[in-house]
Design a binder for this molecule. Structure first.
Ligand code: C2O
Ligand code: CU
Length: 450
């Protein structure tokens, strides 16, 4: 017997989570007048629908798989129960075509996160599957007032490898890509379009949530015609706000910035990406609107966001440390053995048995819940990598100042660094390169928290 009709309603509402259907769609990625592109998308849009919650709420979504192959959803950057992490063969069975899977978990942290498949990621993200997930601070309005914020926008950066007819290049799994920088595209989009633009007014202040959803491209972003500050990285608020000069975003990384438009009427403010062959406009803000009706902010930095409830590092000196030696890749690192296995990268000398088998072999480390773990990442390759840990945020600890909380960190060729985190989330958690061709070709391991 269920009590009053109210509880029936609550149960009914509970039983039908909103759907996220991964399926085929046609979208206009290239300018109108040219062909549409057949993509794989969540609910038919690229990027997928913006999911928005308040900190402390529960996410409840049903993945419906309308793709021709299995899939899962990984909630990148979220501290969630292991069974909800979306890693096939590790935290759940892959969701077969025609099947569904319900994801349901609490949202302890505010910030900018995202969701994407974790099954054949190189292909499934490369065909368009990913979306942003924003978790608002409960007192966001107050913070916005104190920081004089007029608008809040998510900017999803992506790049695509397109053929001349705007169709997606079927070169997934290409050995050359995997042994080099990964699948770099030839068409860049912001929120699914090549010409993203928003009219603004002089003096207007915007919170921009930048997300790099690309397979392998690193975006090096800077601003023109506006003054900016970085207020959060990978969802986590910075305790000390820093001026925005130039910010590198590896695949998977996010940066929340506040910008104030300094360009005058009829000029334009821009977010640009510095590419090898020049400067590329990502987002265009023509100054055609009236100035905001409020006191001028005049370059006043925003107020720091409240911190998320992440356990502080302690006993750093005595904490256990493991090494992760990253080797392989073109231009010096590959061995004949790696080439034969089609696995061009190794972690601690280990050649993965086959791609997609996440649970093979031993974990990099097994720690007890609550223990602080240090990982020395040693990039002995000639390539940059964006290293991502599931279920936790970590900090760089080998510099004078302890670094900001991150879930993905960009490593330059031949760079080494030590990261540390409190392993307080039980389960098996992946640690891998977010250049997805690298991940598929050997750059993945995992950590067990018991
Ligand atoms: Cu965003 Cu393991 O991935
Ligand atoms: Cu990599």
């Amino acid at each position: 017997m269920v009590g009053g009709s109210g509880s029936w309603l609550a149960l009914a509402a509970d039983a039908t989570p909103q759907q996220l259907t991964a399926g085929l769609a046609q979208v206009q990625l290239v300018p109108p007048g040219h062909a549409a592109t057949s993509v794989w998308a969540y609910n038919g849009t690229v990027p997928g629908p913006l999911l928005r919650y308040k900190q402390g709420e529960q996410l409840h979504r049903r993945l419906v798989n309308a793709l021709p192959q299995p899939t899962t959803i990984h909630w990148h950057g979220l501290r969630l129960p292991n069974a909800m992490d979306g890693v096939p063969g590790m935290t759940q069975a892959p969701v077969a075509p025609g099947e569904t899977f319900d994801y349901r978990f609490d949202l302890p942290d505010a910030g900018t996160y995202w969701y994407h498949p974790h099954y054949q990621s190189e292909e499934q993200l490369g065909r368009g599957l990913s979306g942003a997930l924003v978790i608002d601070e409960p007192d966001q309005a107050l913070w916005g007032q104190a920081s004089l914020i007029d608008d809040d926008q998510v900017l999803v950066f992506d790049d695509w490898r397109l053929e001349a007819d705007a169709s997606i290049s079927e070169t997934f799994g290409n050995r050359r890509d995997r042994a080099h920088a990964g699948r770099i595209g030839n068409w860049i989009t912001v929120n699914g379009t090549g010409t993203w633009s928003q009219p603004v007014g002089h003096g207007q202040r915007l919170r921009l949530r930048l997300l790099n959803a690309a397979n392998a491209r690193i975006f090096t972003v800077s601003a023109q015609g506006m003054q900016g500050w970085v207020i959060a990285l990978d969802g986590m608020p910075l305790q000390k706000i820093v001026p925005l000069k130039q910010i590198a975003l590896a695949p998977g990384q996010r940066a929340d910035v506040v910008v104030e438009i300094t360009a005058q009427s009829d000029e334009e403010a821009l977010l640009v990406s510095e590419e090898r062959d020049g400067v590329f406009v990502l987002a265009d803000f023509p100054v055609t609107q009236a100035a905001p009706q409020r006191a001028s902010a005049n370059g006043r930095p925003p107020v720091p966001l409240p911190a998320n409830p992440v356990a502080a590092l302690d006993n750093l000196r005595s904490a256990r440390q493991v090494d992760l030696l990253m080797q392989g890749g073109a231009m010096g690192g590959m061995t004949r053995e790696m080439m034969a296995a089609g696995q061009f990268w190794t972690f601690n000398g280990h050649i993965a048995d086959h791609a997609g088998d996440y649970h093979h072999g031993e974990p990099l480390a097994e720690v007890s819940a609550g223990e602080t773990l240090k990982i020395r990442l040693i990039n002995e390759t000639r390539w940059p990598h964006g290293m991502h840990l599931h279920g936790h945020h970590f900090q760089r600890v080998d510099q004078e100042e302890i670094g900001p909380l991150r879930d993905t960190i960009l490593m330059q060729p031949n760079e080494a660094m030590t990261i540390a985190f409190v392993a307080d989330n039980p389960g098996d958690w992946m640690l891998h390169c977010h250049m997805l061709g690298h991940q598929a070709a050997g750059m993945m391991t995992w950590i067990r928290v018991v």
